[in-house]
Design a protein around this ligand. Structure first.
Ligand SMILES: Nc1ncnc2c1ncn2[C@@H]1O[C@H](COP(=O)(O)OP(=O)(O)O)[C@@H](O)[C@H]1O
Ligand SMILES: [Mg+2]
Length: 247
């Protein structure tokens, strides 16, 4: 593999340049193919929503994009460069970061211990804590509380802070809203919407379109392992209702 620098600093993509691309991606669990040729592009400065009913392949697409699952065919590109066979660890080093399912916090560690573990080389504990508490003041109030004893929304804020501590260029989020009250979801997505101002591009997989459409620049609908529509969020409402109702 020839990619030696991060997606963010290595190629300094200008706004609109592709930072993450899936081209004709197929993926399978054992003998069962679940992605049947997925094309998806996230450009610098975009929040892209990946929508569609349960079982459509959103999480699998996120896993492929994060290097957690190798495609069986097609191509994965970071900042225009093919990264076939990349590992999740390497993907993270290149600036493509995902929050694992189950929120990715250590329940039996405190908030600050969770943040400390997220510090990469060169980032101080204080800096990571400061950034997290500025973004989500409630985390500062709870810095010595065990993460597992916090509400789902607070844990999601902590997970997001941990992911951001790695200074990602591309953030992949999967069902951020799962199990959370609508007001909390709105607050978290409001934060996500502002990440682009920090140079972070975002791919969000969500079954419930309503929560993420307001902050998306582009929306893709996924059904049975294929992208069935891509467009401006306002334009794909019709495709969405077909996807959810048509089954
Ligand atoms: N670990 C797994 N092993 C086998 N099949 C899986 C696994 N994860 C997901 N699948 C199957 O892959 C398909 C796509 O699932 P998934 O990517 O989770 O969709 P979504 O996130 O849109 O709900 C579904 O049919 C699901 O049952
Ligand atoms: Mg899913």
């Amino acid at each position: 593999m020839s990619v030696t620098e991060t997606v963010s600093t290595g190629l300094a993509p200008e706004a609109g340049a592709p930072v993450l691309e899936l081209i004709g991606v197929r993926a399978a669990y054992g003998p069962i193919e679940v992605l049947h040729g997925v094309d998806l592009t996230v450009r610098a400065g975009q929040v892209v929503a990946l929508l569609g009913p349960n079982g459509g392949g959103k999480s699998t697409t996120v896993k492929v994009a994060a290097g957690l699952l190798a495609p069986t065919a097609g191509e994965l590109r970071y900042a225009g460069r093919p990264v076939a066979g990349i590992s999740a660890e390497r993907a993270a080093k290149l600036g493509v970061c995902t929050i694992p399912e189950g929120r990715g916090v250590f329940a039996n560690l405190t908030v600050r211990e969770n943040l400390w573990l997220a510090t990469g080389t060169g980032t101080s504990r204080d800096k990571v804590e400061d950034a997290a508490y500025t973004r989500f003041p409630v985390l500062g109030d709870r810095r010595d509380q065990l993460a597992g004893s916090m509400s789902g929304g607070e844990q999601q804020m902590l997970a997001l802070s941990r992911a951001l501590a790695t200074d990602p260029a591309v953030l992949l989020l999967d069902e951020l809203s799962m199990g959370l009250a609508p007001m909390i979801v709105a607050a978290i997505y409001d934060t996500v919407a502002h990440l682009v101002e920090e140079g972070i591009s975002v791919l969000v997989a969500e079954q419930f379109a309503r929560t993420v459409l307001p902050i998306a620049d582009l929306a893709a609908v996924m059904l049975n392992g294929r992208i069935t529509a891509v467009g401006a969020p306002a334009d794909i409402a019709a495709d969405l209702s077909t996807a959810y109702l048509g089954g």
